[in-house]
Design a protein around this ligand. Sequence first.
Ligand code: ADP
Ligand code: ZN
Ligand code: MG
Length: 496
Amino acid sequence: MEYEAVIGLEVHSQLLTRSKMFCRCAALDYARAEPNTRVCPVCLGMPGVLPVINRRAVEYTIMTGLALNCEIARFSKFDRKNYMYPDLMKNYQISQYDLPLCRNGWLNIEVNGEVKRVGIIRVHLEEDTARLLHRTDPSGETYSLVDVNRSGVPLLEIVTAPDLRSPEEARAFLVKLRTILQYLGVSSGSMEEGSLRCDANVSVRPAGETKFGTKVEIKNMNSFRSVYRALAYEIERQVNLLKAGQQVVQETRGWLEDKGITVPQRTKEYAHDYRYFPEPDLPPLTPDPEWVESLRRQLPELPDARRDRFMAEYGLGRYDANLLTEEKALADFFEEAVRLTGTRPGLSRIPLPQRAKSLANWLLNETRGLMEATGRTLAETGLRPEHYVELIELLEDGTLSSRLAKQVFEEAFRTGKLPRQVVAEQGLVRITDADQLLGIIDRVIAENPAAVADYQKGKAQALTFLVGQVMKATRGKADPALTNRLLKERLEAGSG
Ligand code: ADP
Ligand code: ZN
Ligand code: MG
């Protein structure tokens, strides 16, 4: 029997406000600050204090809701979610229960060239908890350290409908969501740093079945890759249970990154376990529709719109345009480089789509390849749009062959030096002088009699081989077209 997976995600994202959700403590540098130095009576949960709502956090939540095509509530409120755990100073978290700020939205994702709409059930606002560090002392005794700096940092919760059907779709959703949060400037969107966190709900059912199966919630994933792996593992585990005639237990499971498995954490808790009730210390939120409309007008160009514009304006293919707009910083970088090419005499006469395509290739192929190989981000390399523009200039005016350009680029990537400087320092100028090349060509012909004989018997690859030998002898500096022509002339002359 074939099985189908059903996945819904609950995503938490810290908001980039200067201060915390309900007090004036700094929210931006809490992670770098000494533990328990970004605290006050409010976020320490002292009795008798009063929280005050951070207006910017509400604004960011509404902006996110609008970008996710949600309805914005006319009336919304905060609730107390009660539970006993040492990461909560007050023994309750201020959250939103039945009346979230945003609901009923959707987000389009693209997997293998197919567009799919994923429902957004709700987007609400709450406060982050303290951070616990679990330690073991030399005698083997375990203990926990509490850092309250994180407690009270504004936290957005985004809950999707159970519309996702594979780990690929779940990852595509997270990437797209992060892109949108970054475009909006409301979150840094880093799973590794914990500013973006994701719990994944997953169940399986026989293909064709319309009822959902029993779901399991997976926690503790701190990269897109681990979300993907955890889901793939859990789907297989559940399918195997059903195939063996057993049942899936509704529970929360934790992902163990190094073992690559999920393990039971606790049985499922229910809403009544939290004894939710309206937060008596805060007024309800009643966003003025005019304010909401003004926020809608202030939304920046979002990734899908930017992708469509990149296709229309620069003539890029959908694949390239999607990749370039997936990260706002990369899209900005690309557009700045395109703009610069328009200001250079040697480049501005080249049609815009051609310049754009060439920049896209350098950014998406060579650059990303080196970034993956070295683990460095574009910002860390010190490369600027100027680097790419110079490189294309050097290619265009014939100074560099494409092979040399790659070599120059690698050096620029490694050192941050501008391509012209690399060329000057390494003397990497392409050899276009026929006399200089002929000397090398004659030597290559003399050293490779077998290939020469092959060529004269009509084997075309023999020429490619000989050109390659000339390239090798000149460390890639020979002009390929000229080498080809001169080699042919010499070989024809030799046979005649
Ligand atoms: P709970 O009451 O357990 O919190 P919710 O209905 O609030 O469950 O849903 C929480 C998340 O689980 C949502 O993202 C939702 O899409 C997802 N979900 C709900 N039912 C299933 C299911 N059977 N399989 C997979 N995901 C599910
Ligand atoms: Zn505080
Ligand atoms: Mg729920």
